[in-house]
Design a protein around this ligand. Sequence first.
Ligand code: BG6
Length: 517
Amino acid sequence: MSVAEAPALKVVESRLPKAGSCLLVIFGGTGDLTRRKLIPALYDLACIGCTNPNFDVLGLGRTPLSDDEFRERMHEGAAHSKDARNYSEDGWSDFARRLHYLVGDANKPEFYPELKKKIAAMQANGSSNNVLFYVSTPASLAPPIVEGLGASGLARNREGWTRIVLEKPFGHDLKSARELNEIVSRVFPEEAVYRIDHYLGKETVQNIIMFRFGNSMFEPIWNRNYIDYIEITAAETLGVENRAAFYEETGALRDMVANHLLQLLTLTAMEPPVAFDADSVREQKVQVLRAIRPMTANEVAQRTIRGQYGPGQIDGKPVPGYREEPGVNRNSRTETYVAVEFHVDNWRWAGVPFYVRAGKRLANPVTEIAVHFKRTPQALFARSPGDVHHNIIVMRIQPNEGIALNFGAKTPGSQMRASRVNMDFSYRDAFGSATPVAYETLMLDAMRGDATLFTRRDEVEAEWRIITPIEEAWQQLPPPEFPNYAASSEGPINADSLIQYDRHRWRSLKRDEAWSI
Ligand code: BG6
């Protein structure tokens, strides 16, 4: 049944635009991402009136399920997700009527004629002719899916538009990413391809562009003349959860740095685009990635640190080490922590290190970009130049979303003594808490045909051009002694040595220190 016939959900509020009609077909319909992220986000979009009344979802998977069983699985995901902010049982029963299911093996060519028949039957029953395919499967399934859609004619559509969203990881290294891009380009035009990196859907990440280019006061000092170094951190308290098979093959560098953190770096370092549209923004981001020279094995040895967590305590409860997690090899060499010093070799950034770190089971969840400015040339209010504080701008991506500017102020009293103080902008205080979550923004953009927040073909390849030499050098270098950090710590001790020259140091991940600068 088409949703055109379903009673309307109670519309709550919307800062977002509305999408046109769409049939969303999800490969990996029974997977974790669909249940935990996609369906709650779609439910919320429906609640705030952003999805068209003619919007249906067709989930695909290998587990035999009826439509009702599929709805029940999704129900459980939405009811427990904080992303479905306007959740109610009544709202869910309206929404659930939009969900449909087809069992099949997307690896087999014979599945695609069946899929075609199912889509045609749904469309004959009122579903939209605009079709959005969403590939949320292990990376190895993406090529057969794209080829299957091509061979069956499902990628062509005279009655409406067809687009494809590809989840990360997009390939495993430069070679596989190039091969996948080749396959995709034979079937879909580039403007129909949406490579998703959900970090780009976060409000705080988009705000990096607004902060830099929507204000006149920061851009003149946003360069090597004023900036000493930049830190980009994505620390999680979560462990590997139930994703051991995926994580064992992926590791922290591929999982977080190859996409999310490099995206944060490009937005922080890019030149102003001529306009805020897909090609202008992505062109500038690619230029940054091109300016990062791939490292030699020697440089990899000096500029990267790998870590793996051992047992420890999170929130007062004991947690196992990575090697003791279910499904993980007892001698695993997979890194759960990585720190890398990148250099952007261009006019603006020559000589400014970008220290990037990501890790699981760290002391606190902190994702932020800290821009450290150079010290004043003269120690006017300090005993020695070493005592001079430097200014820091911290863009807090999550949690406690906001931006802090740290500077010196005169401590009241008879002496000229400086204390460090903050000017602090908080999203919650300024805008309330109803900002859209990343997947809402991105799914809406894909339905509306706006690719600005998705990664372009050359961008993904440029990311792998930087990451693959690191992975290759790690294979050659002597393996580190794992585990080398305890769960709930700040990561491996030797990560400090990566950054510790010229008085550079990582910001603390401890809760009381993390926001104080
Ligand atoms: C995913 C990674 O892409 O991002 C996960 O595969 C990680 O390992 C997650 O936990 C982090 O996303 P967020 O939005 O919670 O920062």
